[in-house]
Every structure is written in structure tokens, then in C-alpha cells.
Design a protein around this ligand. Structure first.
Ligand code: UDP
Length: 309
């Protein structure tokens, strides 16, 4: 297949592009580098099947030649980025999804949107299954991301119903691994950098909020299975092992062999109290389940951050 990946220089986009190339596909990568990092894809330029276009996907999109799939992975994805780039975040989820869908329709390609557990907002049920409609504050600081992704899902389903396109909606839960930026601002990179420098680990709130963390190779495996499936409805991909942020901080400290102490900082507005994917649909329809334990994943991620800190 020849596959367009938007956000190819980002954390997930770079892993996805590398994986697709390893499977023998051709990849056209697109990124405007507002949060993507060219270092993440430097090695891919040696591969004759990789092409790259520096471009903002919110503008009219023209990619010459055939495309079999369009995978729209461009977006700021860290809460600190939503605050820094609120309007680009809304635009890439809304206008960018529109452009990427239009291109996919034109090329008769499968369209995949990288959606998110944030469509469930601060959930009132735990775990979250795909039938849950969510609890999102449209006017809060996270609303720019949550609502853009919800709009992106709605638009994707409209193209499915009206144009009968093949579409894939992956709802991605918290994911971690190499290629995250040191200053990404999310819990895992923050804790890694703090632990490796033996600086205080910053817990927001009292640390009893929960998340469920998926190692990036498991996530990419699930995404690839979804791409190849015929499933045109949302599918959660994530690791259902749920833990508190305090537990996570302790595990990162152990993995890094760190002497850091824990300090407490104010909880950001609308920070979800719990989050855990119900992955029954993925297990049943994609025969997928995560394989990498949190202990192993954190060890691999520490090794990456150690080379960067
Ligand atoms: N968090 C924290 N310390 C940090 C960064 C994040 O305690 O230095 C918390 C954050 O408030 C949230 C959880 O960790 O409760 C996960 O945050 P992250 O930004 O990784 O992703 P989210 O799931 O909120 O999108």
C-alpha cells in the first residue's frame, strides 16, 4: 500500500511510519513540526519508500499519485500544548480532518482518524467502552482538543454514511515510549526527566487520579490491525492496567534508579479523575491485546530518556 501519515514526525506518527515501512508499504509523511520533531524520522529518509512533505494539513491538500490509506495523526497531544496552541489544535482536528477525508475520498483510500480517550472527557463510568458518550466540558482548556476530536469522529462518520467510505476510528488511550519529547509535559516524560536528574517528581493534585498506560509498540500493532480490518466504528486501543499517578511515579523512580522525592502541584482544570479502556471490542474483532508489561515498557523508555537527558 502507499499510505499518507499526517503528523509523521510526532511521537505516534514516527513509530507508525517506521512500522508501515517495515511491513513493506510506501509512506508519504506530512508534518509542519509545530510539535513534531524532525529527529524522530531522520532514519526514515534512508528508506527509498519514504517521502516527506513539510506541510500544514489544515490547508488544501494535494498529494500526487495513488494512495491506499490516509492516516490522520497530526495534532498537538499534550495538555500543555493545548494551552500553547489552542487554535491550531482545533484547526487540525476539524479543518485538517476535513482536508484529509477529502483527499482519501478522492483517492478511494481508507481513512483513519487518530481519535482519543479524551472523547470520554472526565468519565462518569470506568472502564470506558466505545458506547459511552462521554462527559466533556466544551469551554474548558482541554475542550479545544476533546471537541476537535469529537468533531473529527462525527465528520468521519458523516463521510462514511454519505460517501460510503472505508473509515477507521482509533480511540487512543495514554501511550508512552521512545520519541516523546523531553519537554512534552505529560506525566511519563516529566517523571522520566525528573527521575533521571534526581529532581523532585511533580504530582498534580493528590496523585490518586488514575491512568492506564500502553507501550507504543502495542498501540501501533493495534492500529495496524484496525487498518486492515473492515471495522468502520470506533475501537479503543490501550492497556487496561490502571494505576494511580502516585504508583506511576514510584515505578518510574524504580525503573530509573532515582533518589527523587515527590512534590505536589495544583491539579490542572478538568483533569480526568479516572481513565481505563474497555478493550473487549479490540480483543474480539482485532484479536489484539497489549503484550508489553508496564515494568518492561518503562525500562525501555528510561533507556531512551537516559540517552537524551
Ligand atoms: N501529571 C502529573 N505530573 C506531571 C504531569 C502530569 O501528576 O508532571 C498528571 C496529570 O495531571 C494527569 C496525569 O498525570 O492527572 C496524566 O497526565 P498526562 O498529561 O500524561 O495525560 P492526560 O491523561 O491528562 O491527557
Amino acid at each position: 500500500m502507499r499510505i499518507l501519515v499526517t503528523g509523521a514526525a510526532g511521537f505516534l506518527g514516527s513509530h507508525l511510519s517506521r512500522y508501515l515501512l517495515a511491513k513493506g508499504h510506501s509512506v508519504v509523511g506530512l508534518d509542519n513540526f509545530i510539535t513534531g520533531n524532525p529527529d524522530n524520522i531522520l532514519d526514515l529518509f534512508k528508506n527509498g519508500k519514504f517521502e516527506f512533505i513539510k506541510y500544514d494539513v489544515t490547508n488544501y491538500l494535494n498529494v500526487p499519485g495513488k494512495l491506499d490509506a490516509v492516516m490522520h495523526f497530526a495534532s498537538p497531544a499534550s495538555p500543555i500544548d493545548y494551552l500553547k496552541y489552542p487554535i491550531p489544535t482545533l484547526k487540525v482536528g476539524a479543518l485538517g480532518t476535513h482536508k484529509a477525508l477529502g483527499l482519501a475520498k478522492d483517492k478511494k483510500a481508507i481513512f483513519m482518524i487518530a481519535s482519543t480517550s479524551e472523547v470520554y472527557g472526565d468519565p462518569l463510568i470506568n472502564p470506558q467502552h466505545e458506547g459511552y458518550w462521554g462527559n466533556v466540558n466544551p469551554v474548558g482548556p482541554r475542550g479545544v482538543y476533546d471537541e476537535a476530536k469529537r468533531f473529527a469522529e462525527a465528520l468521519t462518520m458523516a463521510y462514511r454514511r454519505y460517501h460510503h467510505m472505508q473509515v477507521r476510528i482509533v480511540r487512543i488511550f495514554n501511550t508512552y515510549g521512545p520519541n516523546m519529547r523531553l519537554k512534552d509535559g505529560r506525566a511519563v516524560p516529566n517523571f522520566m526527566v525528573q527521575a533521571l536528574k534526581n529532581k523532585p517528581i511533580t504530582i498534580y493534585g493528590d496523585g490518586t487520579q488514575t491512568r492506564s498506560l500502553c507501550y507504543v509498540s502495542d498501540l501501533i500493532d493495534g492500529i495496524y490491525r484496525l487498518l486492515k480490518s473492515g471495522i468502520n466504528e470506533p475501537v479503543n486501543i490501550g492497556n487496561p492496567r490502571e494505576l494511580t499517578l502516585l504508583e506511576l511515579a514510584g515505578m518510574v523512580k524504580t525503573a530509573a534508579g532515582s533518589r527523587s522525592r515527590i512534590v505536589f502541584r495544583p491539579l490542572p482544570e478538568d483533569d480526568p479523575k479516572v481513565r481505563r479502556p474497555d478493550i473487549s471490542r479490540a480483543m474480539k474483532t482485532l484479536k489484539w491485546r497489549p503484550k508489553v508489561s508496564l515494568e518492561d515498557g518503562l525500562r525501555k523508555t528510561v533507556a531512551y530518556f537516559r540517552t537524551r537527558v
